[in-house]
Design a protein around this ligand. Structure first.
Ligand code: FEO
Length: 396
């Protein structure tokens, strides 16, 4: 794959990882990209590098434009290994005049690479760097996605290089948003936000307010993963505004696992109640749906319902995995309810309620427990719970 000139004298020189299938518990079943950018100005500048195994692809791309030893500056927007894994080898080869990073970036570089003589230069929000004809403005974006993260903005090109923010895990031969299927692109962007950034929604909200306050003129957003936004910059900014405020729709996600199908029967009866009220429903069996796809559906749902039978005084391991992952991502403003069958003790519902309380959910019912196999009366109770959930969702 060749390089792509994204703005005059600014080139994509990154790598496409077609085969990665897991990113810290997030199912990346369509791969990803590690975007890196080379600015050909009086000071030749490399912005971000790539994951270690992709170093040769990065160097091959740089070689198409210049001798890598001619690079003057390296800007490290983010120290996580998918963007800095090959940084030590690149610095050894290039011997740059300066390596720019944030205050927290310097600490992260020290603790990751223990460098002795790197020419680090710390920058903070508002600092600028002249490359010749172009200027880089730095903006610290702590916790998007790590404390060290920052944006690099090039006003001459109206270009925001945004590190992890606005990214998608999607490997493509195309580089721009208007070259791919737009609904699929937004679905990948939503999955990325739900699984990586939802926890940092308060930071995203503040950052978007700050960017609006700074009145930056932006006509291209180039994240470090996936497609570059040049047609739909307004749409992705609006989506981030909405997601960071936990805005949601009249939609319920029901997540369950089952042992001998009793909990599944309950899930279907509750579903009927929800659908009877005209509310959209996603019924997601943990045996066939990945946790990261479930979180993506939860992102814009007003209601979430969890069902698990009791196993050894607790819940099924799949549900414990799901709830632990989801709790860490801090969804907010959700209506919640729980249900499950049991043989002799029945603690699963209580434990699920504990997780929902920790996620500050509005628990609208103590939960339904059914001993062994549901009766017709139990089905009616489940249906009624579905109606109650749907009505609460419509009223919210
Ligand atoms: Fe793509 Fe936080 O690294």
């Amino acid at each position: 794959m060749g390089t792509t000139e994204i703005k005059e004298n600014i080139h994509w020189v990154g790598a496409v990882d077609w085969n990665i299938r897991d990113f810290h518990g997030y199912s990346t079943y369509k791969g990803t990209t590690y975007n890196s950018f080379l600015v050909m100005d009086e000071k030749i500048t490399l912005i971000d590098t790539v994951k270690k195994p992709f170093k040769n692809e990065l160097l091959h791309h740089i070689h198409q434009l210049t001798d890598p030893t001619k690079i003057d500056y390296i800007i490290v927007n983010h120290v996580e290994m998918d963007h800095s894994g090959c940084l030590p080898e690149i610095i050894d080869l290039v011997k740059p005049e300066k390596v720019f990073c944030s205050v927290m970036g310097e600490k992260a570089i020290q603790s990751h690479f223990h460098p002795k003589d790197w020419p680090l230069e710390v920058v903070k929000t508002g600092d600028t760097l002249s490359l010749g004809k172009k200027t880089v403005h730095f903006l610290e974006t702590r916790m998007l996605h790590w404390p060290d993260s920052m944006f690099s903005y090039i006003p001459e090109d109206k270009l925001l290089i945004s590190s992890d923010a606005f990214g998608q895990h999607w490997s493509t031969s195309e580089r721009f948003d208007d070259e791919v299927n737009e609904p699929e692109l937004m679905a990948h962007a939503a999955k990325y936000y739900a699984n990586i950034l939802m926890i940092f929604s308060p930071n995203v909200k503040k950052l978007l307010e700050k960017v609006a306050e700074m009145n930056l003129d932006i006509d291209m957003i180039a994240p470090d993963h996936g497609l570059i936004w040049r047609k739909n910059t307004g749409e992705i900014l609006e989506a981030y505004r909405s997601w960071s405020r936990h805005e949601s729709k009249e939609k319920v996600v029901m997540v369950y696992d089952t042992m001998w199908h009793s909990t599944e029967k309950m899930a279907k009866a509750i579903s009927e109640g929800i659908i009877s009220e005209g509310v959209s429903l996603k019924l997601m069996d943990l045996k066939v749906n990945h946790r990261s796809d479930i979180v993506t559906e939860i992102l814009d749902a007003k209601g979430v319902v969890f069902g698990s039978p009791t196993l050894n005084n607790g819940m099924l391991p799949t549900m414990a995995d799901m709830l632990t992952y989801l709790k860490g991502l801090r969804p907010r403003k959700k209506i919640g309810a729980a249900f499950g069958s049991f043989g002799w003790s029945g603690e699963a519902v209580k434990h699920i309620n504990g997780f929902m309380e920790a996620m500050e959910m509005d628990i609208i019912d103590p939960g339904i427990k059914v001993k062994n196999v549901p009766t017709h009366e139990d089905y009616q109770k489940c249906f009624d719970l579905g109606v109650q959930i749907a009505q609460a969702v419509k009223a919210k």
